[in-house]
Design a protein around this ligand. Structure first.
Ligand SMILES: *Cc1c(COP(=O)(O)O)cnc(C)c1O
Length: 496
């Protein structure tokens, strides 16, 4: 057996490419949300792993027959759930090359090109985003590719913690406070938990509908005042550009100003919306980023880069390196000793790391910044069209102003009033409660059709349906069809 026989690699590799090309060709025929029941696959699979080899042909048959039905098709043009996971040929090929080389680029010497290409594309992308020079290698900072935003938050939070504890003493870890809004991604809670910050010291500052669920500087300031009076020490603020529920944009400038007064680390989580900032007309979303310590976006969300690829820029990489550097005799090398190279193992949690830069490099080169901008714009335009369709139907409302390509909408309480009438009069439920129930029912019904897939958010106690446009194959016809599906299912529920 030769598991890396070049001839077999070529033959089987071509088969898989053909399989995937057919998959993309036919993807709209599948139910977007997988309709299988829990445990479906266990019953179809043999109880034991195979002892003897099986041909790829047989394995591919099983893939089509048993695995594909259990897949939710994130690449479907009718996929509007969560945030997009926009794949592309370039992103795929970059991933393939990375997997093909299968190198482990923990430090410079372990594969100089892996490190240097990563530094290059991070500066390229940073320039396209018009990040201040302080975040780039060509300035005094630098960028790194991680797997996910969760890692970016953990990495920056560790650095922030150690910086403050260096001043007040490690025994005072129980005094550190992390600030977020009630819309911030739960990744921050998890990271704080991992690094030993008590959940009591995570301040989820309340946001309001009237200010579009953004974190207000004055609310942050008042939370900090209370904490400081109680002898606590502000450590870290995570501001979000494009929250997961409604794509709310926290005002970076004023928030950074408040944070600076208290010596806090500010991380900007722009996981979804960051990509849009390559367009001059959306760049204002990150105005004020110059006051932050770190900034991250997920290229695997809306930048045609296949999962996984989180871009993190740091103003002061040394503070992260101080917290995360490791030394082991077997890693000794003269390049590292010379201090002339980047050793990315010290910028992340794990030691081993993949050659992710290839993906970003291929995406940027294959499409060019101009096309990437137009691609993002096309999604925003489609979202505008969807929004207009919703507005025309008086049974629905747009719940919060649309920022980019996510539309949050729901059936109005007035439209569903008849259904819950008796129960509202008895005082069993409120009209808002009925609206939540019916909107949930509507969403389940839409997704059960398999024609489209959308997800929900619960903001300020209100259940809203999110239509997130950004799948690579989505065109305007799909968006119009999606709205038709929503209307038909709403008709069925309301006229029942
Ligand atoms: C998607 C998202 C995350 C989580 O991203 P991962 O890469 O899955 O860790 C964090 N924050 C925001 C705002 C997001 O949209």
């Amino acid at each position: 057996m030769n598991p890396l026989d070049p001839q077999e690699f070529r033959r089987q590799g071509h088969m898989i490419i053909d399989f995937l090309a057919d998959y993309y060709q036919n993807i709209a025929n599948y139910p977007v949300l997988s309709q299988v029941e829990p445990g479906y696959l266990r019953e179809l699979m043999p109880y034991f792993a195979p002892l003897n080899p099986e041909p790829i042909e047989t394995i591919l048959q099983d893939l089509q027959q048993h695995i594909v039905p259990g897949i939710t098709h994130w690449q479907s043009p009718n996929y509007f759930a969560y945030f997009p996971s926009s794949g592309s040929t370039a992103g795929f090929l970059g991933e393939m090359l990375s997997t093909g080389f299968n190198l482990v680029g923990f430090n410079w010497v372990s594969s100089p090109a892996a490190t240097e290409l990563e530094s290059t594309v991070m500066d390229w992308l940073g320039q396209v985003l018009k990040l201040p020079k302080a975040f780039l290698f060509s300035g005094s900072g630098g960028g790194v590719l991680l797997g996910t935003t969760c890692e970016a938050i953990l990495v920056t939070l560790v650095a922030a913690r150690d910086k403050v504890l260096g001043q007040i003493g490690r025994e005072n870890i129980c005094k550190l406070v992390v600030y977020v809004s009630d819309q911030t991604h739960c990744a921050v809670q998890k990271a704080a938990h991992i690094i030993g910050i008590h959940h009591k010291n995570i301040r989820a500052v309340k946001t309001m509908k009237s200010t579009s669920f953004t974190l207000l500087p004055e609310s942050l300031l008042s939370a900090i005042h209370t904490d400081v009076q109680n002898g606590l020490v502000p450590c870290y603020l995570c501001a979000t550009v494009g929250t997961t529920s409604t794509t709310a944009v926290d005002p970076l400038g004023p928030l950074c100003k408040v944070a600076k007064e208290y010596g806090m680390w500010v991380h900007v989580d722009a996981a979804y919306a960051g990509s849009a900032c390559i367009c001059p007309e959306f760049r204002h979303l990150i105005d004020g980023v110059e006051g932050a310590n770190s900034f991250s976006l997920n290229a695997h969300k809306w930048f045609l880069t296949n999962l996984d690829c989180c871009c993190l820029w740091l103003k002061d990489p040394a503070s992260v390196i101080e917290s995360l550097s490791t030394n082991s005799v077997y890693l000794d090398n003269s390049a590292s000793d010379s201090n002339q190279v980047v050793d990315y193992k010290d910028w992340q949690i794990t030691l081993s790391r993949r050659f992710r830069a290839l993906k970003v490099w291929l995406v940027l080169r294959s499409y060019g910044v101009a096309n990437l901008r137009n691609f993002l714009r096309s999604h925003v335009e489609m979202a505008k069209s969807f929004e207009e369709l919703v507005r025309k139907d008086k049974r629905f409302e747009i719940f919060v102003p649309r920022n980019l390509a996510v539309v949050c909408f729901r059936l109005l309480p007035s439209a569903v009033a008849r259904i819950g009438n008796g129960r509202v009069q008895n005082g069993d439920v409120t009209t808002e409660g009925v609206a939540n129930e019916i909107n949930r029912k509507l969403l389940d019904s839409i997704n059960g059709s398999g024609l489209v897939y959308m997800t929900h958010a619960n903001v300020g106690g209100v259940f809203v349906i999110r239509c997130a446009i950004g799948a690579t194959l989505t065109e305007k016809t799909h968006v119009i069809m999606a709205w038709k599906v929503v209307q038909e299912h709403a008709d069925a529920i309301l006229n029942h």
